[in-house]
Design a protein around this ligand. Structure first.
Ligand code: HPA
Ligand code: ZN
Length: 340
């Protein structure tokens, strides 16, 4: 790759909007926390665990991802995990991050939601103080569980309402359409929470339309299967619905056979508000800059202009205020001018 393009991709300020914080647990930290909390793991070593990261589908990944999260017990564990992510994000010039977390994964093991949110929130504050990163939290409901359970998770989290800006929908997509969560998303809308949803990763384009129409999602996480419905692509472009795309994740989970086959360039070409994100970086082979670098290395049609568009889109698609977004856009312009 042109070294000037590589430098721009690394240095440009960017926002990360699709990051499951439990997916940032590196194998070394899984083992450290397992020892600290006396949790028995099914794998004997870091190497054996890493060797299991050969996924064939979303579900094959989720099984290992939930096993990894079982080492998280106390607020300090959530703090350590999230602060390690922020150190990596700062190195990648992430200036704003909206972190997904899955409370139900932890409360099912008897971990109080207060410990989850307090640990994560403390890491967000520290990231701002040490790195100037602005960070917020998005509570995700597990879609393989019932809507009743999502309501219970919301109720438990509401005493901590000021610490999260929105709600999302993740876990196994196939067979769990957005309609299943219509009422809980409506309630969250009344509470003034932002709404996002995973859709069109493995599920059909109809799930994307339903996430917009039924759940009133403001952003679609993944959304890459929209291309199967040209009218939907036109709608996403017209309404500037952001898609938080995760290139390394999509290749690791076999949504695309290789980076050379990924449709992100086509989505950009169609005028969609596409962003680049890392999803579960400890499991999929890299943090946000690795996603940019691997994608751009595989796709010669992507250059300086697309890099800047992707960074600009990440700010536009964020839930930050207008003045903050304008300030980041100016920072981006300054980096672009210096690397021109
Ligand atoms: N898709 C759905 N659920 C998830 C993912 C994902 O990529 N990562 C963590 N939970
Ligand atoms: Zn995801």
């Amino acid at each position: 790759m042109d070294p000037r393009l590589e430098a721009l991709l690394r240095r440009m300020p960017k926002a990360e909007l699709h990051l499951h914080i439990e997916g940032s647990l590196e194998p070394e930290m899984i083992f450290r926390l397992a020892e600290r909390n006396h949790v028995k793991l099914a794998y004997g070593s870091v190497e054996a665990l890493r060797a299991a990261y050969a996924f064939t589908s979303l579900q094959s990944f989720l099984d290992i991802y939930y096993a990894g999260a079982s080492v998280l017990r106390k607020a300090e564990d959530f703090f350590d995990m999230a602060f390690a992510y922020f150190q990596r994000a700062a190195a990648d010039n992430v200036v704003h991050a909206e972190l997904f977390f899955d409370p139900q994964t932890h409360t099912a093991r008897g971990v109080p939601v207060a410990a989850v949110i307090e640990g994560l929130e403390h890491a967000c504050r520290r990231a701002h103080a040490e790195y100037g990163i602005s960070a917020s939290l998005i509570l995700c409901f597990l879609r393989h569980l019932s809507e009743e359970e999502a309501f219970a998770a919301l109720e438990e989290a509401l005493p901590h309402r000021k610490h999260f800006v929105g709600i999302g929908l993740d876990s196994s997509e196939r067979g769990h359409p957005p309609e299943k969560f219509a009422r809980v998303f409506a309630r969250c809308g009344e509470l003034g929470l932002h709404r996002v949803a995973h859709a069109g990763e493995e599920g059909p384009p109809e799930y994307i339309s339903a996430a917009l129409d039924v759940l009133k999602a403001e952003r679609i996480d993944h959304g890459v299967r929209c291309v199967e419905d040209p009218a939907l692509v036109q709608r996403l472009a017209r309404q500037r619905v952001p898609l938080t795309v995760c290139p390394l994740s999509n290749v690791k989970l076999c949504v695309f056979g290789s980076m050379a086959e990924h449709n992100l360039p086509a989505l950009l070409q169609a005028g969609l508000c596409v962003t680049v994100n890392s999803d579960d970086p400890a499991y999929f082979g890299g943090y946000v800059n690795s996603n940019f670098l691997t994608l751009f290395a595989a796709r010669p049609e992507l250059g300086r202009e697309q890099a800047l568009t992707l960074a600009r889109n990440s700010f536009e698609a964020s839930f930050a205020g207008a003045a903050q977004k304008a300030a980041w856009a100016r920072q981006l312009d300054a980096v672009a001018a210096a690397s021109g």
